[in-house]
Design a protein around this ligand. Sequence first.
Ligand code: AMP
Ligand code: MG
Length: 313
Amino acid sequence: MIILGIETTAHTFGVGIVNDQGKVLANAFDSFTCNQGGMILDEVAEHHKKVAEKILTKAFAEAKLSWKDVDLMAYSAGPGLDPVLYTGYHLAQAWSEKQNKKLVGVNHCAAHLSIGKVINQLKDPCYLYVSGVNTQVIVDENNKYRVVGETLDLGLGNMLDKLGRSLGLGFPAGPEMEQLAKQGKYLELPYTVKGMDVSLSGMLTKVQQLIEKGIKKEDLCFSVQETCFAMLTEVTERAMANANKKELLLVGGVGANQRFCEMLKIMCKERGAKFYKVPMDLARDNGAMIAWEGYLRKETQAEVNPHWRVDEV
Ligand code: AMP
Ligand code: MG
């Protein structure tokens, strides 16, 4: 069985193709970027419409397949940015009607988790999902995802991007902040852990004040990384101990950060657990994960839902 997945929850437009063994046959994408400021939703939606056909063609070329080979289609039904989600849905619907293919809507967060699980061939991991919007520690309990810890306010990626904007960096800011952090020194910032949850808004406010005082970018980036990653490592360790998990899977775009991976790896090693991540092409928002989740949920129905939580799947 061949499944084609379409991702459009945020700044990435992706088309991926997988088979029913979870093998990725193609994973083409184009992401909206801009030199300054953040995402203007209408501009992102326009971007996705503009690149859609090109990315679809690229995915078919990569997989050496065509429409006639596709057995099932999937699109991200949420969570995501309202107008952008609908742009993706309408594109997917138009293609599915034209090609006469069954279309299923899937949860974007669940897709991040399932692709990581199949690629690494894991049995029962604790998931740490850190993307733009989401910052969650998740476990699977009787085939139902349970969020055991999460951010009480904004997602870590969003916080880094907001800080990046105040620092005059491009969007998304994470990669550039990681490079700047390499030259930085530590200064103390609010460390807010509440049980298994974290809060990031206090740090955002504090760092914005420090930017106005002219504190060096490098020091701010280093200290933000050290503090946030330590907070998340702490809550993840607690979750793994409580749920008795021996595997940790890091997913989401912030997972590209080497320093973050290093901290989590040390924590896992100390407790006799194993740390896993996902190759960058599958860790970021992408169509292949949507295709695989579509295969796993091919019997279910879902509508576009910008606020669809992973524990509601
Ligand atoms: P996603 O929503 O999963 O595509 O993740 C996007 C988020 O990941 C954005 O907020 C980026 O700033 C962040 N990100 C990407 N690369 C890095 C990195 N190397 N370090 C920290 N954050 C990153
Ligand atoms: Mg995502």
